[in-house]
Write a protein that binds this ligand. Structure first.
Ligand code: NAD
Length: 258
């Protein structure tokens, strides 16, 4: 569907979960890959190398604009610039507003929202010079609707959908598109932590907690997969995506249709 040979894709927060799945899809389409994030970096690098792609990793903390700038400097030196930017890094914390830890609020806003402003402002000049680029912001159903206990996350993801619309408008007459993807539940470490918390709180098995999590929100009763999200990113990178601009594209098993 899409040939990204000669192009470079930077995926933030791509050492695990959704980001790694998207990086693998982009590698399969031929792009050079820039990974970012913490944890098992070597395993993530190896999984991209086996697909035959050029890959590097930079451990920029998405809370730190200076480290984001250093990552872009490395990418410019190694590959010449960023053609496909996927803003995926994100963290979660569940707590009522009145108990929400202030530092957690600041971290969630910095990682889930503000980092996408920094990466976008750094990527756009090169994309404009090439008159081609793709920015894909991994928002969430929580960029479209709320859930109790997720104030910072919902605020950040709604903000990310807003940033997506403005970036799409500012690039509307160019070969650059900017869109958001709004996944429902995907079984990654971020969601596994929520399943563990439900199991503990309600003294039920992890399987029962998983079923509870899905049945509360996701009518399909099934998780979205990183592979499905990777293929949606590929569609947005293909010529079929040329006129998809400023969308908040739900892939959520029917969550936001309710
Ligand atoms: P994950 O915990 O598996 O992966 C998060 C990634 O972000 C990891 O690579 C981690 O190292 C990286 N990261 C964390 N803090 C960072 C920081 N300060 N700087 C740089 N990297 C950092 O999570 P996931 O479920 O794959 O989530 C990925 C994105 O998808 C997030 O933005 C999340 O909000 C969004 N999302 C997830 C779901 C879901 O159900 N899992 C649903 C909707 C949206």
């Amino acid at each position: 569907m899409v040939n990204l040979h000669g192009k470079t894709a930077l995926v933030t927060g791509s050492t695990s979960g959704i980001g790694l799945g998207i990086a693998q899809a982009l590698a399969q389409a031929g792009a050079n890959i820039v990974l970012n994030g913490f944890g098992d970096v070597e395993a993530a690098l190896a999984s991209i190398r086996t697909l035959g792609a050029e890959v590097i990793h930079h451990a920029a903390d998405m809370r730190r604009p200076d480290e984001i700038e250093a990552m872009f400097a490395l990418v410019a030196e190694r590959f010449g610039g960023v053609d496909v930017l996927v803003n995926n890094a994100g963290i979660q914390h569940v707590s009522p507003v009145e108990d929400f830890p202030v530092q957690k609020w600041d971290d969630i806003l910095a990682i889930n929202l503000t980092s996408a402003f920094h990466t976008s402002r750094l990527a756009l000049p090169g994309m404009r010079a090439a008159n081609w680029g793709r920015i894909v912001n991994i928002a969430s159903v929580h960029g479209l609707v709320g859930s109790a206990g997720k104030s910072a996350y919902v605020a950040a993801k709604h903000g990310l959908v807003g940033l997506t619309k403005v970036t799409a408008l500012e690039t509307a007459a160019t070969g650059i598109t900017c869109n958001a993807i709004c996944p429902g539940f995907v079984l990654t470490p971020l969601v596994a932590a929520q399943i563990d918390a439900i199991a503990q709180r309600e003294a039920i098995t992890p399987d029962a907690a998983q079923a509870r999590l899905l049945s509360d929100k996701q009518p399909s009763g099934q998780f979205v997969t990183p592979e499905q999200l990777g293929n949606l990113v590929l569609m947005l990178c293909s010529p079929f995506g040329d006129q998809v601009r400023g969308a908040a594209w739900a892939m959520d098993g029917g969550w936001t249709a309710q």
